[in-house]
Design a binder for this molecule. Structure first.
Ligand code: BGC
Length: 732
């Protein structure tokens, strides 16, 4: 044992040396323990731990840490939100911020924005930079990424997730994890599973077919575990099969650990564990946040030792009600995590220029141009024009709110400041136009009279301007895009629809820029020439938005979820049944089954306002020579993408596949491959996409297995789920 202990110590001192040597986070130092060495070390340590020491490791000792074993030099583990940056330091015993002055971070774009890039390389550099910031802050685990599927546009946390398509989310989650974990920081993929709304998130029991579970809601988690090799995973608050997902026999024991071979740690969402026996038996390894109300303070006299996996667990084992078989498995996993994250990694770095550049690089590929009539965009920055900037999101923070993903950024460039910088020759005037009231939980919107006054001022300003740049959308107020509550309506909040109407009535040159991680209705769409979907872009937000407006950046983002015309056009809301959304008496049924997002729109023939995969560019592309062929193993698609416009740009070629005459219900088509290509003006890039035939399997509920149907399939090649350029029938 001494040997192992001294090895741990040796690692610690080696790390201290490397910190001095390598400010640039040269992370590939040679002296890392191999997997075999880690397992051997655990074999040596486990028998020497007392019951008390083992159980202590299974639950929180503070809001965001779990104990190690001081006697053996096994360090504590530190956990942090996640997933868009490293959250500021939280107090030991309550949810207040510790008030450090060295914990501001780089705010990266929200994961919904990352999804809009359709670019796995960016997911990787996102992960590396975030992992380095986590290491610098001495965090073992960053609580993210989130990969719950976008089911309803009302879900308050969609902005933290990667859209409505399981393939897109799977392709992006893997490099994100590889990036983070290449720095020695563990990821925690969340919220496993079926956390598709915030309404009744603690209680709702989701009834979903096994097929929809397997085909839609689990693939990104599976990719994260099997291909990403995530070191931890977070259970969700809701229930499945009438069992809480943080200790769920089917989801955790059967699927995650047995089928997928997950060898990492399952951590509860904060306060998501409810029962000692279930937690012991059904897959939970670490319990966090219990006996708190989830937001403010510890309740009553409960302490850390009153957690389900604390004293009650020790006592149950002592009484022989539970054995130490599961306990040893949990401890083995926790030790593995400890060794993995304390394996002579570099020190990391924080808020450096390189990370801000990474944030900028991701943001610039996320911005999605939805409309650009008469090529009103880009605006010419050399002109001495009068610009009216209108809208609260032009000046307010969109990073310091939203629930657990809120960040304390080193800086966040507001769109108004970005616009002033990019348009130095313009006369820029600003009017808020509306107010959202206040920043966070429980605040009422501003009184009606104030809104009227603000609107009148904005309209007045717009009248004399050459161009209006409207910057609005949702924000991260409670019940907008924020944890803990769903949106109450599909419309833009705070009277913005009427405001946009009124401004458009006095000035036709109106560019609408909207921040959100969700779709919303656009009743004014015909009245404005340009719409830019700007997501939540983090620290570099205002710079990137302004660079899109003046053409320094050519937008290339694509929607990672559909924008229905109205709420009733979205799958779960089409039933107009509270059992489908948001549930009744904590029970909910996913009646739309496998038809979520574009799968629903396509199959039911309900035209969306903007389809999944859609996004315009300042240049034009001509996709030529589309060729589709297949073997028994895969489908190959090749094409040439010619840039026929006057600036360089990027296009995302998307391949969807549908089954003809299927014996089971199917979506008309499903995304199975995509590739983003940068093409210089006048140049042509070739695209080659290979789709394993394996990926065409459906989940057969009778045999509980994935099955490939023989026969005819249609391969659709296009630039969005609705802009299909070629369809080819193939036989398998
Ligand atoms: C959220 C998690 C978060 C945790 C810790 C919970 O309320 O659901 O996503 O990681 O709090 O802040």
């Amino acid at each position: 044992m001494n040997k192992v202990f001294s090895f741990v110590l040796a690692l610690t001192s080696l790390c201290a040396t490397s910190c001095k040597l390598s400010l640039d986070a040269e992370l590939s130092l040679d002296d890392k323990m191999s997997d075999a060495q880690i397992e051997a070390a655990i074999d040596t340590i486990l028998p020497q731990l007392s019951l008390e020491e083992k159980v202590a490791m299974l639950h929180a000792q503070s809001k965001f840490s779990t104990p190690g074993v001081p006697r053996l030099g096994i360090p504590e583990l530190w956990w942090s939100d996640g997933p868009h940056g490293v959250r500021a330091e939280i107090n030991w015993n309550d949810w207040g911020y510790a008030g450090w002055n060295n914990d501001s971070c780089t705010a990266f774009p929200a994961l919904s924005a990352l999804a809009a890039t359709f670019n796995p390389d960016l997911a990787y550099i996102y992960g590396v930079a975030l992992g380095e910031e986590s290491r610098y802050r001495k965090k073992n685990v960053i609580l993210g990424p989130g990969v719950n599927i976008y089911r309803t546009p009302l879900n308050g946390r969609n902005f933290e997730y990667m859209g409505e398509d399981p393939f897109l989310a799977s392709v992006l989650v893997v490099p994100y994890i590889h990036g983070v974990q290449s720095t020695g920081t563990a990821t925690s993929v969340k919220h496993y599973a079926l956390n598709n709304q915030e309404e009744d998130r603690m209680g709702v029991n989701v009834e979903v077919s096994e097929r929809a579970l397997r085909e839609l809601y689990l693939p990104a988690f599976k990719a994260a575990v099997v291909d990403g090799k995530a070191w931890t995973l977070m259970g969700s608050y809701n229930r499945y099969n009438n069992q809480h997902c943080c200790h769920n026999e089917i989801l955790l024991n059967k699927i995650l650990k047995e089928e997928w071979g997950f060898d990492g740690v399952v951590v509860s969402d904060w306060g998501g564990a409810h029962d000692t026996k279930e937690a012991a038996l059904y897959g939970l390894d670490v319990e966090m946040g219990s006996f708190t109300n989830g937001l403010d303070a510890q309740i009553g006299n409960f302490g850390w030792d009153d957690y389900n996996l604390a004293r009650p667990y020790r006592e149950a084992i002592k009484k022989g009600e539970l054995t130490d078989k599961e306990l040893n498995d949990k401890v083995r996993r926790i030790l593995r995590l400890n060794f993995r994250t304390n394996n002579n990694w570099g020190p990391g770095r924080m808020t450096c220029d390189a990370h801000m550049k990474t944030a900028h690089d991701i943001a610039r590929e996320a911005v999605t141009l939805l409309k650009n009539e008469g090529s009103i965009l880009p605006l010419d920055p050399s002109k001495k024009i009068k610009i009216a900037v209108i809208g609260e999101n032009a000046t307010r923070t969109l990073v310091k709110a939203g629930g657990s993903s809120e960040l304390k950024p080193k800086y966040e460039v507001a769109p108004l400041d970005g616009i002033k910088k990019q348009f130095p020759n313009a006369d820029i005037q600003y009017a808020t136009g509306y107010t959202s009231g206040a920043a966070f939980y429980g605040f009422a919107p501003a009184p009606k009279e104030d809104q009227k006054k603000l609107k009148a001022e904005a309209v007045e300003l717009a009248k004399s301007a050459d161009v209006v740049i409207y910057v609005g959308g949702l924000n991260k107020n409670y019940q907008q895009d924020c944890e803990g509550g769903d949106r109450q309506s599909y419309e833009l909040p705070f009277g913005q629809d009427a405001l946009i109407d009124a401004v458009a009535a006095v000035n036709k040159n109106m560019v609408v820029v909207l921040a959100s991680g969700n779709a919303y209705s656009m009743p004014w769409l015909d009245k404005v020439p340009a719409v830019v979907q700007a997501w939540y872009l983090g620290s570099e937000s205002g710079n990137v938005i302004a660079e899109v407006l003046d053409g320094s950046i050519n937008p290339s983002g694509k929607l990672p979820f559909s924008f229905p015309v109205k709420l009733a056009d979205s799958a779960p809301h089409s039933f107009n049944d509270p059992m489908v959304y948001p549930g009744v008496d904590h029970q909910q049924i996913y009646k739309e089954d496998i038809l979520v997002g574009y799968r629903w729109h396509d199959t039911k023939g309900i035209k969306p306002l903007f389809p999944f995969g859609f996004g315009l560019s300042y240049t034009t592309f001509d996709v030529k020579n589309i060729n589709v062929s297949n073997t028994a193993a895969d489908i190959k698609v090749s094409a040439d993408v010619a840039n026929t416009g006057s600036v360089c740009g990027a296009e995302v070629l998307q391949v969807y596949v549908g089954k003809v005459d299927s014996k089971v219900a199917r979506a008309q088509k499903e995304l199975k491959g995509f590739q983003k290509v940068n093409v210089n003006k006048g140049a042509t890039a070739s695209v080659n996409i290979s789709i394993p035939v394996e990926s065409l399997k459906f989940f057969n509920e009778e045999t509980h297995a994935w099955e490939l149907e023989k026969g005819k399939y249609v391969v659709y090649v296009g630039t969005s789920s609705a802009d299909i350029l070629s369809t080819t029938e193939i036989e398998l």
